[in-house]
Design a protein around this ligand. Structure first.
Ligand SMILES: Cc1cc2nc3c(=O)[nH]c(=O)nc-3n(C[C@H](O)[C@H](O)[C@H](O)COP(=O)(O)OP(=O)(O)OC[C@H]3O[C@@H](n4cnc5c(N)ncnc54)[C@H](O)[C@@H]3O)c2cc1C
Length: 391
C-alpha cells in the first residue's frame, strides 16, 4: 500500500452545519470504525459500542424530527453520512440504515402519544432497531407473510410466527413487525412496535454469511408475544403500505451504502496501482488499468448523483419511489462491478485477506439482494415507466 491519501470526495452539501456534520462523521469513521473493521469482520464481532457512540453523537436519528430527539437533517445529508460510514465498514453503515428503517413506521405513522413515549429513546437514547418483514417462505412476495397477530377480547395482541433474515435479530432493542391481522394479501397486514425483551421473542443463531459477518442476521421467533393496542402503528390493515413506504426511503440508504463501499474499493485500488510496479513502471500507468479506474470512478459519481437526485425529490416532498428504485439498482450493481474490478487491479493480492478488496466484493453482493432484490427494483421501475402488468 502507498501512503497516498485518497482524493477527498467532492460533496454537495446544503449548509455549513451539514459540512461540520460530515467532518465529524469522517473523524469517527477514521478513528473509531475503519481501524478495527477487517479484524472484527473476520471474527464476526458486532460493534455495539460504535452504535452507542453514534447515538451519543446525535447520529442515530438524523432524518427525523428534532422534537423527538432526531437530527432534523434532509435526506441528502443523512445519505452522505451513511456513505461515509459504509466506506469505513458496511456493517455500521447498513446497520444505521436498518435502524432508520425500523424507526420509520413510528416516526411517520405513529400517534403523537406514541411518538412522545417511544421516539426519543429510539432516535437518541442508544436503542437499536430491527425491521421485520421477511419470513422463511415470503421474501420478494412479502404480502404473503404468515406471522399472525390476534387481538384477545379487544385487549392485547398476541403475535405468533417466525421472521427471517432480520438484521440485528436477537440483539435489537425494538422490532418493527409486520403481522397478519386480517384477510390474505397486502390488506390484511398491520405494523407493531415490539420491545426486544418481550417474553416469547427469541433470536435464533445468526446465519453464517458470505460477508458482513459482523452484522447479525437471524430468524426471530414470536411465540405468544403480547403487546398492547398502544403498540399498533397506523390503522389495522395499513401495515403493508407502511412497510413499502419505509422501503422507498430504505432503498436510498442501501444505495448510499453501496456508493460508500464502491468508493472505498476504488481508493484501495488506486492506492495499490500507483505503488505496485511491473515492467519497470507503476501499474497505474497502463492504459488497460487507467480505463478501468476511469470507469469505476464514473459509475460511482453517476450513482452518487442518482441517489442525491432521488433524495432531493424526497426532501422537497415530491414522489421519489421510481428514482429510489433506480438508485438502489444502479448503485448496488455499480458496487458489485467496482469491487470486483478492485480485486482484479490488486491481482493475486486482491484475492487474499491481506487487503480489504476481497471483503468489499463479498459485501457488495448482499446489497443486490436486501430491501428488494434488483429484479424486484426492475419490476418497480418498469411499473412506473410502462404501467402495471396485464395479468
Ligand atoms: C444479509 C441480509 C439482511 C437482511 N435483512 C433483512 C431485514 O432486516 N429485514 C427483513 O425483513 N428482511 C431482511 N432481509 C431479507 C431480504 O430482504 C430478502 O432476502 C429479499 O427480499 C429476497 O427474498 P428471498 O431471500 O426470500 O428471495 P426470493 O424472494 O425467494 O427470491 C429468489 C430469487 O428469485 C427472484 N425473484 C423473486 N420473485 C421474482 C419476480 N417476480 N420476478 C423476477 N425475479 C423474482 C429474486 O430476485 C431472487 O433472485 C435480509 C437479507 C439478507 C441476505
Amino acid at each position: 500500500m502507498s501512503d497516498r491519501d485518497p482524493q477527498p470526495v467532492e460533496r454537495q452539501l446544503p449548509t455549513e452545519e451539514a459540512r461540520d456534520l460530515l467532518a465529524l462523521v469522517r473523524d469517527i469513521a477514521q478513528r473509531e470504525i475503519a481501524p478495527k473493521a477487517a479484524e472484527e469482520e473476520d471474527a464476526g464481532r458486532f460493534p455495539r459500542e460504535v452504535f452507542t457512540l453514534l447515538s451519543e453523537s446525535g447520529l442515530l436519528g438524523l432524518p427525523y424530527d428534532a422534537e423527538y430527539g432526531g437530527g432534523d437533517q434532509p435526506y441528502e445529508v443523512y445519505l452522505q453520512v451513511l456513505e461515509e460510514l459504509a466506506a469505513a465498514r458496511l456493517t455500521v453503515g447498513l446497520g444505521l440504515s436498518v435502524h432508520t428503517l425500523a424507526s420509520y413506521a413510528l416516526a411517520t405513522y405513529g400517534t403523537k402519544q406514541q411518538q412522545v413515549e417511544h421516539l426519543p429513546a429510539m432516535l437518541g437514547g442508544g436503542l437499536l432497531g430491527a425491521y421485520c418483514l421477511s419470513e422463511p417462505s415470503s421474501g420478494s412476495d412479502a404480502a404473503s407473510l404468515r406471522t399472525k397477530a390476534v387481538r384477545e377480547n379487544g385487549g392485547e395482541w398476541v403475535i405468533d410466527g417466525t421472521k427471517a433474515w432480520i438484521t440485528h435479530g436477537g440483539i435489537a432493542d425494538f422490532y418493527t413487525v409486520m403481522a397478519r391481522t386480517g384477510e390474505d394479501g397486502p390488506r390484511g397486514i398491520t405494523a407493531f412496535l415490539v420491545p426486544g425483551d418481550a417474553p416469547g421473542l427469541t433470536g435464533a443463531t445468526p446465519e453464517k454469511k458470505m460477508g458482513m459477518k459482523g452484522s447479525p442476521t437471524a430468524q426471530v421467533h414470536f411465540d405468544g408475544v403480547r403487546v398492547g393496542d398502544d403498540r399498533r402503528i397506523g390503522e389495522e390493515g395499513q401495515g403493508f403500505f407502511i412497510a413499502l413506504s419505509a422501503l422507498d426511503s430504505g432503498r436510498l440508504g442501501i444505495a448510499a451504502c453501496a456508493i460508500g463501499l464502491a468508493q472505498a474499493a476504488l481508493d484501495e485500488a488506486v492506492a495499490y496501482a500507483t505503488q505496485r510496479r511491473q515492467f519497470g513502471r507503476p501499474i497505474a500507468d497502463f492504459q488497460g488499468l487507467r480505463f478501468m479506474i476511469a470507469d469505476m470512478a464514473t459509475q460511482i459519481e453517476a450513482g452518487r448523483a442518482l441517489y442525491l437526485a432521488a433524495a432531493r425529490l424526497r426532501d422537497a416532498g415530491r414522489p421519489f419511489a421510481k428514482q429510489a428504485a433506480m438508485a438502489k439498482l444502479h448503485c448496488t450493481d455499480a458496487a458489485m462491478k467496482v469491487t470486483t474490478d478492485a480485486v482484479q487491479i490488486l491481482g493475486g493480492y486482491g484475492y487474499t485477506a491481506d487487503f480489504p478488496a476481497e471483503r468489499y466484493m463479498r459485501e457488495a453482493k448482499v446489497l443486490q439482494i436486501v430491501e428488494g432484490t434488483n429484479q424486484i427494483q426492475r419490476m418497480v421501475i418498469a411499473r412506473h415507466v410502462a404501467g402495471p402488468e396485464a395479468r
